[in-house]
Write a protein that binds this ligand. Structure first.
Ligand code: MN
Ligand code: MN
Length: 478
Protein backbone atom coordinates (compact mmCIF):
# COMPACT_ATOMS: atom_id res chain seq x y z
CA UNK A 1 0.00 0.00 0.00
CA UNK A 2 1.44 3.44 -0.96
CA UNK A 3 1.74 5.97 1.81
CA UNK A 4 -0.77 8.25 -0.03
CA UNK A 5 -3.47 5.64 0.15
CA UNK A 6 -5.83 5.93 3.10
CA UNK A 7 -6.30 2.99 5.43
CA UNK A 8 -9.77 1.51 5.74
CA UNK A 9 -10.02 3.12 9.17
CA UNK A 10 -9.17 6.53 7.71
CA UNK A 11 -11.67 6.02 4.91
CA UNK A 12 -14.34 4.98 7.37
CA UNK A 13 -13.53 7.99 9.53
CA UNK A 14 -13.85 10.34 6.51
CA UNK A 15 -17.20 8.80 5.71
CA UNK A 16 -18.72 8.70 9.18
CA UNK A 17 -17.30 11.46 11.37
CA UNK A 18 -18.10 15.16 11.32
CA UNK A 19 -15.74 17.97 12.12
CA UNK A 20 -16.13 21.42 10.57
CA UNK A 21 -12.87 22.24 8.78
CA UNK A 22 -10.95 25.46 8.42
CA UNK A 23 -12.31 27.02 5.25
CA UNK A 24 -8.91 27.98 3.86
CA UNK A 25 -8.30 24.30 3.10
CA UNK A 26 -10.88 24.37 0.34
CA UNK A 27 -10.56 27.92 -1.02
CA UNK A 28 -9.89 27.99 -4.77
CA UNK A 29 -7.32 30.26 -6.45
CA UNK A 30 -8.83 33.64 -7.15
CA UNK A 31 -11.44 33.26 -4.46
CA UNK A 32 -9.20 34.95 -1.89
CA UNK A 33 -8.93 38.10 -4.03
CA UNK A 34 -12.70 38.15 -4.46
CA UNK A 35 -13.16 37.76 -0.71
CA UNK A 36 -10.78 40.59 0.12
CA UNK A 37 -12.43 42.86 -2.48
CA UNK A 38 -15.86 42.05 -1.05
CA UNK A 39 -14.60 43.01 2.40
CA UNK A 40 -13.07 46.29 1.15
CA UNK A 41 -16.58 47.35 0.12
CA UNK A 42 -17.90 46.03 3.40
CA UNK A 43 -15.47 48.23 5.37
CA UNK A 44 -16.69 51.27 3.42
CA UNK A 45 -20.25 50.34 4.41
CA UNK A 46 -19.22 50.14 8.09
CA UNK A 47 -17.54 53.56 7.84
CA UNK A 48 -20.42 55.42 6.22
CA UNK A 49 -23.19 53.70 8.17
CA UNK A 50 -22.47 54.01 11.87
CA UNK A 51 -26.12 54.47 12.81
CA UNK A 52 -29.13 52.49 11.59
CA UNK A 53 -30.39 55.56 9.70
CA UNK A 54 -27.08 56.16 7.92
CA UNK A 55 -26.81 52.49 7.02
CA UNK A 56 -30.39 52.47 5.69
CA UNK A 57 -29.72 55.57 3.55
CA UNK A 58 -26.80 53.68 2.00
CA UNK A 59 -29.02 50.69 1.22
CA UNK A 60 -31.62 52.92 -0.48
CA UNK A 61 -28.92 54.19 -2.82
CA UNK A 62 -27.79 50.63 -3.53
CA UNK A 63 -31.40 49.57 -4.19
CA UNK A 64 -32.02 52.39 -6.67
CA UNK A 65 -28.71 51.81 -8.47
CA UNK A 66 -29.79 48.19 -8.92
CA UNK A 67 -33.20 48.82 -10.41
CA UNK A 68 -35.35 48.50 -7.28
CA UNK A 69 -38.47 50.71 -7.39
CA UNK A 70 -39.93 52.13 -4.19
CA UNK A 71 -43.25 50.62 -3.15
CA UNK A 72 -44.58 54.09 -2.41
CA UNK A 73 -43.92 55.16 -6.04
CA UNK A 74 -45.47 51.92 -7.27
CA UNK A 75 -48.65 52.51 -5.27
CA UNK A 76 -49.33 55.63 -7.37
CA UNK A 77 -49.54 53.45 -10.48
CA UNK A 78 -51.66 50.42 -11.44
CA UNK A 79 -48.62 48.36 -12.49
CA UNK A 80 -48.83 44.60 -11.89
CA UNK A 81 -45.56 43.15 -10.60
CA UNK A 82 -44.05 40.37 -12.73
CA UNK A 83 -41.36 37.78 -11.88
CA UNK A 84 -37.97 39.48 -11.74
CA UNK A 85 -39.42 42.88 -10.73
CA UNK A 86 -37.61 44.56 -7.84
CA UNK A 87 -39.25 46.63 -5.12
CA UNK A 88 -38.01 48.24 -1.91
CA UNK A 89 -39.84 49.85 0.99
CA UNK A 90 -38.44 51.83 3.90
CA UNK A 91 -39.67 51.94 7.49
CA UNK A 92 -39.04 55.38 9.07
CA UNK A 93 -35.41 55.52 7.86
CA UNK A 94 -34.64 52.67 10.31
CA UNK A 95 -35.66 49.60 8.39
CA UNK A 96 -35.89 48.46 4.80
CA UNK A 97 -37.27 45.56 2.82
CA UNK A 98 -35.96 44.54 -0.61
CA UNK A 99 -38.16 42.24 -2.68
CA UNK A 100 -37.36 40.41 -5.93
CA UNK A 101 -40.56 38.86 -7.27
CA UNK A 102 -40.19 35.13 -7.92
CA UNK A 103 -41.58 32.93 -10.69
CA UNK A 104 -43.87 31.11 -8.25
CA UNK A 105 -46.91 32.73 -6.69
CA UNK A 106 -45.95 34.08 -3.26
CA UNK A 107 -48.58 31.87 -1.58
CA UNK A 108 -46.17 28.99 -2.29
CA UNK A 109 -43.75 30.67 0.11
CA UNK A 110 -41.06 33.32 0.01
CA UNK A 111 -37.40 33.12 1.00
CA UNK A 112 -36.60 35.77 3.61
CA UNK A 113 -33.21 36.79 4.97
CA UNK A 114 -33.71 39.07 8.00
CA UNK A 115 -30.95 41.00 9.78
CA UNK A 116 -30.77 44.01 12.10
CA UNK A 117 -29.18 47.40 11.47
CA UNK A 118 -29.10 48.74 15.04
CA UNK A 119 -25.92 48.31 17.08
CA UNK A 120 -24.99 48.70 20.74
CA UNK A 121 -24.03 52.33 21.39
CA UNK A 122 -24.48 55.28 23.71
CA UNK A 123 -27.49 57.55 23.13
CA UNK A 124 -27.73 61.13 24.39
CA UNK A 125 -30.48 61.78 26.91
CA UNK A 126 -33.26 64.20 25.95
CA UNK A 127 -31.79 66.94 28.16
CA UNK A 128 -28.10 66.13 27.76
CA UNK A 129 -25.97 69.26 28.15
CA UNK A 130 -24.70 70.31 31.57
CA UNK A 131 -21.77 72.10 33.09
CA UNK A 132 -19.68 70.96 36.03
CA UNK A 133 -16.34 72.29 37.29
CA UNK A 134 -15.86 74.48 34.23
CA UNK A 135 -16.45 71.62 31.78
CA UNK A 136 -19.45 71.03 29.50
CA UNK A 137 -20.58 67.39 29.37
CA UNK A 138 -23.39 65.31 27.86
CA UNK A 139 -25.61 62.91 29.82
CA UNK A 140 -26.19 59.59 28.08
CA UNK A 141 -28.24 56.41 28.28
CA UNK A 142 -26.54 53.40 26.72
CA UNK A 143 -28.39 51.29 24.14
CA UNK A 144 -28.07 47.51 24.04
CA UNK A 145 -25.67 45.25 25.91
CA UNK A 146 -22.36 47.04 26.35
CA UNK A 147 -19.44 46.54 28.73
CA UNK A 148 -19.33 50.12 29.94
CA UNK A 149 -15.61 50.20 30.73
CA UNK A 150 -14.86 49.54 27.04
CA UNK A 151 -16.24 52.94 26.09
CA UNK A 152 -13.97 55.14 28.20
CA UNK A 153 -10.81 56.89 26.94
CA UNK A 154 -11.66 56.32 23.26
CA UNK A 155 -12.18 58.85 20.45
CA UNK A 156 -15.94 59.05 19.94
CA UNK A 157 -18.12 60.62 17.27
CA UNK A 158 -21.59 62.12 17.53
CA UNK A 159 -24.14 61.01 14.91
CA UNK A 160 -27.84 61.53 14.51
CA UNK A 161 -30.53 64.06 13.94
CA UNK A 162 -32.39 66.88 15.66
CA UNK A 163 -35.97 67.80 14.83
CA UNK A 164 -36.62 71.50 15.39
CA UNK A 165 -39.97 72.89 16.54
CA UNK A 166 -40.90 73.79 12.96
CA UNK A 167 -40.21 70.19 11.87
CA UNK A 168 -36.85 70.90 10.21
CA UNK A 169 -34.57 67.88 10.33
CA UNK A 170 -30.92 68.64 11.15
CA UNK A 171 -28.39 65.88 10.39
CA UNK A 172 -25.38 65.74 12.66
CA UNK A 173 -22.07 63.92 12.09
CA UNK A 174 -19.12 65.19 14.12
CA UNK A 175 -15.89 63.28 14.58
CA UNK A 176 -15.57 61.32 11.33
CA UNK A 177 -13.63 63.83 9.23
CA UNK A 178 -9.93 64.08 10.18
CA UNK A 179 -10.44 67.83 10.70
CA UNK A 180 -13.39 67.30 13.08
CA UNK A 181 -12.96 67.31 16.83
CA UNK A 182 -13.89 64.07 18.60
CA UNK A 183 -15.44 63.42 22.00
CA UNK A 184 -14.64 61.01 24.80
CA UNK A 185 -15.71 59.55 28.10
CA UNK A 186 -12.94 60.12 30.61
CA UNK A 187 -11.64 57.44 32.97
CA UNK A 188 -9.83 57.64 36.28
CA UNK A 189 -6.02 57.57 36.35
CA UNK A 190 -4.66 54.32 37.89
CA UNK A 191 -2.92 56.37 40.60
CA UNK A 192 -6.28 57.34 42.07
CA UNK A 193 -8.32 54.32 41.03
CA UNK A 194 -7.76 52.20 44.13
CA UNK A 195 -11.46 52.11 45.01
CA UNK A 196 -12.61 51.77 41.42
CA UNK A 197 -10.27 48.83 40.79
CA UNK A 198 -11.68 46.95 43.78
CA UNK A 199 -15.18 47.07 42.31
CA UNK A 200 -16.82 44.45 40.12
CA UNK A 201 -16.31 45.16 36.42
CA UNK A 202 -20.04 45.86 36.05
CA UNK A 203 -19.76 48.61 38.66
CA UNK A 204 -16.32 50.12 37.94
CA UNK A 205 -17.90 52.37 35.30
CA UNK A 206 -21.59 53.12 35.84
CA UNK A 207 -24.37 53.96 33.38
CA UNK A 208 -24.76 57.44 34.84
CA UNK A 209 -20.97 57.74 34.69
CA UNK A 210 -20.90 57.58 30.88
CA UNK A 211 -20.71 61.37 30.52
CA UNK A 212 -19.24 62.74 27.31
CA UNK A 213 -16.63 65.50 27.34
CA UNK A 214 -18.07 68.26 25.16
CA UNK A 215 -16.34 71.62 25.75
CA UNK A 216 -14.36 73.83 28.10
CA UNK A 217 -14.40 77.50 27.05
CA UNK A 218 -16.78 79.86 28.85
CA UNK A 219 -18.95 82.59 27.33
CA UNK A 220 -17.33 85.81 28.54
CA UNK A 221 -20.07 87.53 30.52
CA UNK A 222 -19.83 87.83 34.29
CA UNK A 223 -23.64 87.89 34.59
CA UNK A 224 -23.97 84.38 33.13
CA UNK A 225 -23.86 81.46 35.59
CA UNK A 226 -23.06 78.45 33.34
CA UNK A 227 -20.63 80.04 30.93
CA UNK A 228 -19.22 76.90 29.28
CA UNK A 229 -22.67 75.45 28.67
CA UNK A 230 -23.85 78.75 27.18
CA UNK A 231 -20.81 78.96 24.94
CA UNK A 232 -21.46 75.41 23.66
CA UNK A 233 -25.15 76.19 23.06
CA UNK A 234 -24.07 79.31 21.20
CA UNK A 235 -21.70 77.33 18.97
CA UNK A 236 -24.41 74.72 18.30
CA UNK A 237 -26.83 77.51 17.43
CA UNK A 238 -24.35 79.12 15.04
CA UNK A 239 -23.62 75.82 13.27
CA UNK A 240 -27.02 74.08 13.32
CA UNK A 241 -29.54 76.78 14.29
CA UNK A 242 -30.67 74.68 17.28
CA UNK A 243 -31.58 75.60 20.86
CA UNK A 244 -31.37 73.46 24.02
CA UNK A 245 -35.03 72.39 23.88
CA UNK A 246 -34.45 70.86 20.42
CA UNK A 247 -32.55 67.98 22.07
CA UNK A 248 -35.91 66.76 23.40
CA UNK A 249 -36.84 65.75 19.83
CA UNK A 250 -33.43 64.45 18.82
CA UNK A 251 -31.87 61.03 18.28
CA UNK A 252 -28.15 61.45 18.83
CA UNK A 253 -25.76 58.58 19.23
CA UNK A 254 -22.20 58.33 20.48
CA UNK A 255 -20.19 55.82 18.45
CA UNK A 256 -16.46 55.06 18.06
CA UNK A 257 -14.79 57.67 15.83
CA UNK A 258 -12.32 55.27 14.23
CA UNK A 259 -12.68 53.48 10.91
CA UNK A 260 -12.94 49.78 10.12
CA UNK A 261 -9.53 48.24 9.43
CA UNK A 262 -7.98 44.99 8.29
CA UNK A 263 -6.79 42.97 11.27
CA UNK A 264 -3.85 40.55 11.39
CA UNK A 265 -0.52 40.55 9.56
CA UNK A 266 -2.23 38.47 6.87
CA UNK A 267 -5.11 41.00 6.77
CA UNK A 268 -7.45 38.04 7.08
CA UNK A 269 -9.93 39.74 9.40
CA UNK A 270 -11.97 42.94 9.56
CA UNK A 271 -12.10 44.96 12.76
CA UNK A 272 -14.63 47.70 13.24
CA UNK A 273 -17.62 49.08 15.07
CA UNK A 274 -21.15 47.81 14.50
CA UNK A 275 -20.47 44.44 12.87
CA UNK A 276 -23.30 42.94 14.97
CA UNK A 277 -25.30 42.95 12.84
CA UNK A 278 -24.19 45.06 9.91
CA UNK A 279 -21.98 42.21 8.77
CA UNK A 280 -25.00 39.97 8.14
CA UNK A 281 -26.98 42.98 6.89
CA UNK A 282 -24.28 43.69 4.33
CA UNK A 283 -24.08 40.06 3.22
CA UNK A 284 -27.89 39.97 2.91
CA UNK A 285 -28.04 43.21 0.88
CA UNK A 286 -25.34 42.06 -1.52
CA UNK A 287 -27.05 38.68 -1.84
CA UNK A 288 -30.49 40.12 -2.70
CA UNK A 289 -28.91 42.57 -5.16
CA UNK A 290 -27.30 39.61 -6.95
CA UNK A 291 -30.61 37.75 -7.36
CA UNK A 292 -32.23 37.61 -10.80
CA UNK A 293 -35.64 35.99 -11.39
CA UNK A 294 -35.66 33.48 -8.51
CA UNK A 295 -38.20 30.67 -8.18
CA UNK A 296 -39.37 31.90 -4.78
CA UNK A 297 -39.81 35.60 -4.12
CA UNK A 298 -36.60 36.79 -2.44
CA UNK A 299 -36.95 39.21 0.47
CA UNK A 300 -34.22 40.92 2.45
CA UNK A 301 -35.54 42.58 5.60
CA UNK A 302 -33.33 44.85 7.71
CA UNK A 303 -34.86 45.88 11.02
CA UNK A 304 -34.05 48.12 13.98
CA UNK A 305 -34.18 47.62 17.77
CA UNK A 306 -32.96 44.01 17.90
CA UNK A 307 -30.44 44.93 20.57
CA UNK A 308 -33.25 46.02 22.90
CA UNK A 309 -35.72 43.21 22.23
CA UNK A 310 -37.07 44.02 18.76
CA UNK A 311 -39.66 46.36 20.29
CA UNK A 312 -41.34 49.35 18.69
CA UNK A 313 -42.64 50.06 15.23
CA UNK A 314 -39.18 49.74 13.67
CA UNK A 315 -38.32 46.42 15.36
CA UNK A 316 -39.11 42.90 14.17
CA UNK A 317 -42.21 42.84 16.39
CA UNK A 318 -43.76 45.62 14.29
CA UNK A 319 -46.42 44.77 11.68
CA UNK A 320 -44.30 46.52 9.02
CA UNK A 321 -43.16 43.26 7.39
CA UNK A 322 -46.66 41.80 7.10
CA UNK A 323 -48.22 45.08 5.95
CA UNK A 324 -45.67 45.67 3.21
CA UNK A 325 -45.71 42.04 2.11
CA UNK A 326 -49.49 42.28 1.70
CA UNK A 327 -49.16 45.52 -0.30
CA UNK A 328 -46.60 43.92 -2.59
CA UNK A 329 -48.50 40.66 -3.00
CA UNK A 330 -51.68 42.57 -3.89
CA UNK A 331 -49.72 44.04 -6.80
CA UNK A 332 -48.65 40.65 -8.16
CA UNK A 333 -52.20 39.33 -8.69
CA UNK A 334 -54.99 40.42 -11.01
CA UNK A 335 -57.77 39.33 -8.62
CA UNK A 336 -58.99 41.02 -5.43
CA UNK A 337 -56.63 40.63 -2.47
CA UNK A 338 -57.81 39.16 0.82
CA UNK A 339 -56.05 38.56 4.15
CA UNK A 340 -56.12 34.78 3.82
CA UNK A 341 -53.59 35.13 0.99
CA UNK A 342 -51.07 36.77 3.33
CA UNK A 343 -51.65 34.03 5.93
CA UNK A 344 -50.90 31.43 3.23
CA UNK A 345 -47.72 33.23 2.19
CA UNK A 346 -46.44 33.32 5.77
CA UNK A 347 -47.34 29.68 6.45
CA UNK A 348 -45.37 28.52 3.42
CA UNK A 349 -42.33 30.77 3.88
CA UNK A 350 -38.78 30.17 5.06
CA UNK A 351 -36.30 32.48 6.71
CA UNK A 352 -32.63 32.70 7.52
CA UNK A 353 -32.39 34.88 10.63
CA UNK A 354 -29.14 36.58 9.71
CA UNK A 355 -27.28 37.39 12.89
CA UNK A 356 -23.81 36.97 14.30
CA UNK A 357 -22.64 34.32 16.73
CA UNK A 358 -19.89 34.28 19.34
CA UNK A 359 -16.69 32.72 17.95
CA UNK A 360 -14.49 30.78 20.33
CA UNK A 361 -11.83 33.14 21.68
CA UNK A 362 -8.64 31.25 22.62
CA UNK A 363 -8.07 33.71 25.46
CA UNK A 364 -11.49 32.85 26.94
CA UNK A 365 -12.16 29.23 25.90
CA UNK A 366 -13.96 28.38 29.14
CA UNK A 367 -17.24 30.02 28.16
CA UNK A 368 -17.69 27.65 25.22
CA UNK A 369 -18.22 23.96 24.69
CA UNK A 370 -15.57 23.69 22.02
CA UNK A 371 -17.31 20.77 20.32
CA UNK A 372 -20.30 23.00 19.66
CA UNK A 373 -18.73 26.44 19.43
CA UNK A 374 -18.29 28.39 16.20
CA UNK A 375 -14.71 29.24 15.16
CA UNK A 376 -13.52 31.99 12.85
CA UNK A 377 -12.54 30.78 9.37
CA UNK A 378 -14.84 27.76 9.57
CA UNK A 379 -17.52 29.56 7.61
CA UNK A 380 -21.10 30.70 8.04
CA UNK A 381 -22.63 29.45 11.31
CA UNK A 382 -25.96 27.63 11.52
CA UNK A 383 -27.34 28.10 15.04
CA UNK A 384 -30.30 25.80 15.63
CA UNK A 385 -31.27 27.52 18.86
CA UNK A 386 -30.15 30.43 21.03
CA UNK A 387 -31.79 31.27 24.36
CA UNK A 388 -30.46 30.74 27.88
CA UNK A 389 -30.91 28.37 30.85
CA UNK A 390 -32.36 25.32 29.14
CA UNK A 391 -33.05 26.99 25.77
CA UNK A 392 -35.53 29.41 27.40
CA UNK A 393 -36.57 32.10 24.96
CA UNK A 394 -35.18 30.21 21.97
CA UNK A 395 -36.78 29.61 18.63
CA UNK A 396 -35.44 26.08 18.23
CA UNK A 397 -35.38 25.54 14.47
CA UNK A 398 -37.06 22.38 13.19
CA UNK A 399 -34.62 19.61 12.25
CA UNK A 400 -36.29 19.29 8.84
CA UNK A 401 -35.50 22.90 7.98
CA UNK A 402 -31.96 22.70 9.36
CA UNK A 403 -31.53 19.59 7.22
CA UNK A 404 -32.67 21.46 4.14
CA UNK A 405 -30.26 24.35 4.75
CA UNK A 406 -27.37 22.01 5.53
CA UNK A 407 -27.98 20.09 2.30
CA UNK A 408 -28.16 23.36 0.34
CA UNK A 409 -24.84 24.60 1.72
CA UNK A 410 -23.16 21.25 1.02
CA UNK A 411 -24.52 21.27 -2.54
CA UNK A 412 -23.33 24.83 -3.15
CA UNK A 413 -19.89 24.14 -1.58
CA UNK A 414 -20.34 26.80 1.06
CA UNK A 415 -18.00 26.59 4.04
CA UNK A 416 -20.36 26.27 7.01
CA UNK A 417 -20.35 25.10 10.61
CA UNK A 418 -22.80 24.57 13.43
CA UNK A 419 -22.45 26.65 16.57
CA UNK A 420 -24.26 27.49 19.77
CA UNK A 421 -24.02 30.67 21.82
CA UNK A 422 -21.64 29.64 24.61
CA UNK A 423 -21.67 26.91 27.20
CA UNK A 424 -24.91 25.69 28.77
CA UNK A 425 -25.85 28.01 31.68
CA UNK A 426 -23.01 30.42 30.87
CA UNK A 427 -25.35 33.14 29.62
CA UNK A 428 -27.10 33.41 26.30
CA UNK A 429 -29.01 35.67 24.01
CA UNK A 430 -31.63 35.92 21.31
CA UNK A 431 -32.19 37.16 17.78
CA UNK A 432 -35.17 38.13 15.61
CA UNK A 433 -35.74 34.41 14.87
CA UNK A 434 -38.40 34.02 17.58
CA UNK A 435 -40.49 36.87 16.13
CA UNK A 436 -40.24 35.50 12.61
CA UNK A 437 -41.25 32.11 14.02
CA UNK A 438 -44.37 33.74 15.52
CA UNK A 439 -45.52 34.34 11.95
CA UNK A 440 -45.39 30.54 11.54
CA UNK A 441 -42.49 30.65 9.10
CA UNK A 442 -39.62 28.15 9.18
CA UNK A 443 -36.60 30.00 10.56
CA UNK A 444 -33.04 29.27 11.63
CA UNK A 445 -30.24 31.59 12.76
CA UNK A 446 -27.41 31.76 10.28
CA UNK A 447 -24.54 34.26 10.20
CA UNK A 448 -20.97 35.33 10.84
CA UNK A 449 -18.97 34.33 13.95
CA UNK A 450 -17.49 37.37 15.75
CA UNK A 451 -14.73 37.98 18.26
CA UNK A 452 -15.19 40.82 20.80
CA UNK A 453 -18.92 40.99 20.03
CA UNK A 454 -20.68 44.17 21.26
CA UNK A 455 -17.35 45.93 21.82
CA UNK A 456 -16.38 49.16 20.05
CA UNK A 457 -14.07 47.07 17.81
CA UNK A 458 -15.62 43.76 16.80
CA UNK A 459 -13.66 41.31 14.65
CA UNK A 460 -14.86 39.00 11.86
CA UNK A 461 -12.89 36.81 9.44
CA UNK A 462 -13.11 37.71 5.75
CA UNK A 463 -13.67 34.09 4.78
CA UNK A 464 -16.71 33.86 7.04
CA UNK A 465 -18.14 37.17 5.80
CA UNK A 466 -17.83 36.05 2.19
CA UNK A 467 -19.24 32.58 2.88
CA UNK A 468 -22.22 34.16 4.62
CA UNK A 469 -22.91 36.23 1.51
CA UNK A 470 -22.69 33.10 -0.65
CA UNK A 471 -24.94 31.22 1.78
CA UNK A 472 -27.69 33.86 1.62
CA UNK A 473 -27.43 34.05 -2.17
CA UNK A 474 -27.76 30.27 -2.49
CA UNK A 475 -30.85 30.37 -0.26
CA UNK A 476 -32.44 32.98 -2.49
CA UNK A 477 -31.70 30.96 -5.61
CA UNK A 478 -32.81 27.61 -4.11
MN1 MN B 1 -27.23 40.67 16.54
MN1 MN C 1 -26.17 41.94 19.50
Amino acid sequence: MSKHQKTTGQQLSDKLTYEPLNGWKTIQTGEKDEMYRFCDHYKTFLNIGKTEREAILYTIERAEENGFVSLEALMLTDKILKPGDKVYTVNREKGIMFVVIGKQDMTQGIHLVGAHMDTPRIDLKQNPIYEDSGIALLKTHYYGGIKKYQWTALPLALHGLVIKKDGTKIQVVIGEDDKDPVFCITDLLPHLAQNQMQKKMTEGVTGEGLNVLFGSIGYQDEKVKEKVKLNILNLLHEKYGIIEQDFVSAELQIVPAFKARDVGFDASMVGGYGQDDRVCSYAAIEAVLAVEAPEKTAVCLLVDKEEVGSMGNTGMQSRFFENQLAEIYARTIDKPYNDLMLRRILNASKCLSADVSAALDPTYPDVHDKRNAPFINKGVVITKYTGARGKAGASDANAEFVGEIRALFEREKIVWQTGELGKVDQGGGGTIAQFVANLNMEVVDCGVPLLSMHSPFEVAAKLDIYMTYKAYKSFYMA
